[in-house]
Write a protein of this length. Sequence first.
Length: 423
Amino acid sequence: MVTIPDDHDIGQGNFWGEGSIVADSEAGDSGGYYYPPEYINMVHRCQTWHLPDPLDPRPIAQNISVYFTRLRVGGIDFAILADRQFKSGPKGKIPQMGPRPDHIQQVGYDPKAVDLPGLQLLGDRQMAFLNEWGQDWTGAVMKAVVSQTAFCGAVHLHGSKTNRLLADLDCNGWPQTGRNQALAALRRALACHLCGDQHLAVVVQHGIEDFRDGPFGFTGPAMVNSYYGRWWWPADEKPGQRPIPGSPLPWTGDYLDGLYNRITMLAYANPELDSTTAMKAKQRDPSVNLGDGYGLVRFNKRVRTITFECWPRFADLNRGDAAQFPGWPITIKMEENDGRQVKGYLPELRFRGVSDPVVQVIRESDGEILYTQRIQGRSFHPRVFGPGTYTVKAGRDAPDTWTAKGLEPVGPRAKPLIVRLPR
C-alpha cells in the first residue's frame, strides 16, 4: 500500500505548500503550512514511513521533511510525488476572479493572467527528480507517477448541481506552465498518472501542445463520497470534439478545462444524487450511486498495456466488468502515453548481447530528450516527430553505453544499425 498526505491530513482546507512558508490561515491559499512544523513532520512520519527514502532528502523551510521518491514493484517503477509541497499559493499573486482567491468564475478570462512567471507547481527539485527517474529503467519495464491530484480541472459542479465553478486552482492544472512541464516529463518516460483528491473518478488523456499528445491520467473515485459530490457536466451539455466511439457516456472527447488546458475525456463517474435521493445518501443507502468506490490499475508487462478499472463501492462482482461504472474498463498501450504524431523513423537498431535494452532519442536542434524507454526484444525503430538530426543512446538499464549522433529519418529499406551491448 502507498499512502501520501494531503490537505486535510495536515489540518488545512486546501494546501499549496510553496516550499514550506507559513500560511496565514487554515484555508491555505496564501501558500505554506498553517500548523507547526513538528506536527507536519509527525504527519509525514505516520503516512510515509513505509515508502523508500527520498532520493533528495534535504528538508525544506521550517525543517519540514520531504517524501517524494520512487517505488519499484514487480517491474513497475512508480514515481511518488509530493505535488503540493512546492506549489505556489494563489492569494495575492494573481488577480482574484471569484469569491475566493482559488476559484475563478469570470467567463472568458485570459488564462495568461493567472499563469505568471515565477509560479511553481512541482518545484525545481521534483522536476529534476522526475527527469532523472525517467531515464533510469533499472528494475523497470513500465513506469507510472502517483500524486495527490490531477493535472487538469476535470470537474464542473462542486458539492451540488447548482454550484458551477469555472476553474479551481486547487487542482494541478494550475499554474499551466508547470502543468505542461510536468506532463512532458511523464510523456518522455511513457508514464501514466494516478491520483485521487477530486472526489470524481475520471480517465483523461492530457494535451500539451495539441489534444491527445500527452499521457493518460486516472483519478480514482472517493471511497466515501456521501456529502460532497462532484460532476463532469459541460455547461452546453454537448459532447466534445471527436467523442470516444462506443462510449455509453454523453460527454466524452476533446475539451478545454476551466484553465484552458487541453484534455480528452474518456470516462467519468458522476454521482446520481438529487433532492429525492439526498436523504438516502445521508443514511448511506447502497441503492444510491454517489460515485464512490475504488479504482484498480492493471499493468500487463508482456504486452505493455495498462488497464484502468473503476468499481462502485457496492458493486456486485458476480456481474464481472458489467458492474464497473459506465465507460470502464479502459485499456491503453504504454506507448500511447506519448501521443505526439509520428513523422518518421530513424534507422532500425538491431541489438547484440542483450534483449529489452533502454533506448533514448534526443533532438539535436535543442537538446530535448524526446523519450527514454525499455524496448521489447532486440530490434527497434526509433520514432521521431519532425525533421532534423537526432542522437540515439542505448544501454541495459539506462542510455549510458552506446551513442550514435547525427541520425536522420530514413526510408523503410535503410540499412539497420548494429548495436553491441555488453551482457
